[in-house]
Design a protein around this ligand. Structure first.
Ligand code: SAM
Ligand code: SF4
Length: 324
């Protein structure tokens, strides 16, 4: 079992299989042109798998594949199958922008994928295109349908931004509810790579928008859930992810492996240790895993409280690098 210095059990590993992406979401990718890490500096699936086996043997129970956009690697199902065949009861999940999902979902499910989170921030073509810089909302909707039809557990993720998609909260909510899938609204986490003018909508305002039409009740905190969960009058459950709230880090159970092999204990901070040169040694990988968990920080510096310095609210970590 993996326990950090603040008595939190760490049993969730997020694995970024690539930094690359077919979108340029304003809250994730830099405005300026930038270069990708050369291929020789990235982990191969075999190297990632060597580490994953150690992580599972030490108590990791849930693995989420992320990126960049993980589905730009069209052989992803082979990697999913490697993990599934090693331990079939691992909770194996994927986070995707959904663009390439329709063509890959059957292979992914067959390989052992259990759940998929699809990011969709707008149901309006113009807003969607403005935010992602790709005019493909129709394909995302088809991806969502295909995942539901494939019988996989589907959730939607929506980052809510002031003045951009804040008027669409109810519409996104009803869209997910009507499909019988959970939606989680995410407060935008400020970071140096995002476009500078963006501002998050606080969870309070998200709830206010939904309360205009629905009677909402907060549910008891679920162990190891990043989202606060709420139920409406019909029993429909949705979530809000509040990184600016002090309680967000209290139940944090996760670490992240980047495509370069950086093992990252917290989404906010730059600290990490690289495993790339250690993937041929079980002992070295196990040592790094335990050391990173021992040094997992207590909490991030995003905060709604006025006592926090403005510059502290902006993380230097890139989301396309850590995988969110
Ligand atoms: N490309 C995939 C996708 O977009 O779902 C997976 C990677 S993306 C980095 C993972 C999640 O992080 C997405 O749900 C995305 O909306 C979210 N995300 C990215 N940048 C964010 C930010 N600055 N604040 C909050 N969420 C963010
Ligand atoms: Fe790509 Fe996902 Fe980042 Fe959007 S949030 S740019 S889809 S990695």
């Amino acid at each position: 079992m993996l326990i950090d210095s603040f008595d939190r059990k760490v049993d969730y590993l997020r694995v970024s299989v690539t930094q690359r992406c077919n979108f340029r979401c304003q809250y994730c990718m830099p405005e300026k042109p930038f270069s990708w890490t050369p291929k020789e500096n990235l982990l191969s699936y075999e190297q990632m798998f060597s580490f994953i086996k150690i992580a599972i043997d030490n108590g990791i129970k849930k693995i989420r594949i992320t990126g960049g956009e993980p589905l730009v690697r069209d052989d992803l199902h082979k990697f999913i199958a490697m993990i599934h065949n090693y331990k079939s009861d691992i909770d194996l999940a994927l986070t995707t922008n959904g663009y390439l999902l329709k063509s890959q979902i059957k292979k992914l499910k067959q390989a052992g994928l259990k759940r998929v989170n699809i990011s969709i921030d707008s149901l309006n073509d113009d807003t969607f295109t403005y935010l992602t810089q790709k005019n493909v909302l129709k394909n995302i909707k088809e991806g969502i349908e295909a995942a539901i039809e494939a019988g996989i557990i589907v959730k939607l993720n929506s980052v809510v931004l002031k003045g951009i998609n804040e008027e669409e909260i109810l519409e996104l909510y009803e869209f997910a509810k009507q499909k019988g899938i959970q939606i989680r609204f995410i407060e935008y986490m400020e970071n140096k790579n995002a476009h500078s003018k963006l501002k998050t909508l606080a969870s309070f305002d998200i709830l206010k928008a939904i309360s205009k039409k629905h009677l909402i009740e907060e549910l008891p905190v679920k162990e190891n859930s990043a989202a606060k969960l709420f139920k409406d009058e019909s029993g429909y459950i949705f979530g809000i992810i509040e990184p600016y709230d002090d309680s967000f880090c209290k139940t944090c159970n996760r670490i992240r492996l980047s495509a370069e092999g950086d093992l990252i204990p917290c989404l906010y901070y730059e600290d990490s240790q690289n495993i790339k040169d250690s993937t041929n040694s079980k002992e070295k990988m196990e040592y790094i895993l335990k050391d990173v968990i021992k040094n997992k920080p207590e909490k991030n510096k995003w905060s709604h409280t006025s006592s926090t310095k403005k510059e502290d609210n902006i993380s230097s970590r890139a989301f396309y690098f850590t995988g969110g």
